[in-house]
Design a protein around this ligand. Sequence first.
Ligand code: ASP
Length: 303
Amino acid sequence: MQTPAHLLGIEDLTLEQIQRLLDRAARFQQEAPPKTLAGKRLLLLFYEPSTRTRTSFEVAARRLGAETVSVSASASSIEKGESLLDTVYTLQAMVIHGIVMRHYASGAPTLVSRHVDVPVVNAGDGMHEHPTQALLDGFTILRHKGRFDGLKVAIVGDILHSRVARSNLLLLSRLGAEVRLCGPRTLLPQTFVSYGPRVHVTHDIEEALDGADVVMVLRIQMERMQESFFPSEAEYVSLYSVTPERLQLAHPKAIVMHPGPMIRGVEISADVADSPQSVIREQVENGVLIRMAALHELLGGEQ
Ligand code: ASP
């Protein structure tokens, strides 16, 4: 089986490659990881804010023995107007072996991957994909449910602007889950049904949550909206916030997920976020394992 040259999206991975990443992460959970990235330098290039993703890539890289160099748009010459490729060429001249990159423009990591000779990992590009988030979500689901086949996964929130939703629906539907997308019409166009027969669209949260095994809640991505997509926050909360009452519609053993950052009291109530059904912190822990697996496969592992 071929190791991918880059990790740009779930779309580009074969089922075997997905399985291998999940298996590798499981192995890293059980055994101390080998220092397969010793002597390597990883560039973390972030054009958008990040807490979890950036830190967990950093922790993952160091656990495998790599050195990391962090560059963020707000504290570099990017703010002075330097182009994306000029920034990358400059940083590459300092000898780097891989690039983890987040960018507000969909497709930016793909563009960079065509101009460098080191692996590029997409850590979230605009409204396009966030592959390691979906992989860590899949890994977390597997730990709790033991399978994907026939699993009912409700993804509730701002689907339109969410790269997490897109990567997850691609991953989970391919692995056999039934994905129910739910949100207001303006944040969830009907066109999402084109992702395949296992992807359903509903604007009714009760229908989405009914008997769901997994409830994934997403933030409203205000930073990607130039206009108003819903009348008021209060109306959104009344129609789509995941509350304890609504969660009761799901399977009694349903797990609740959120990629973070979560806005308590808006898309999710504090009681749900802190309930025993919530696996939100576990998602963060699993993020390190998945990112170790990805870096190991791309930069350091046995082929
Ligand atoms: N952290 C996730 C992302 O970067 C989700 C979010 O920001 O709402 O896409």
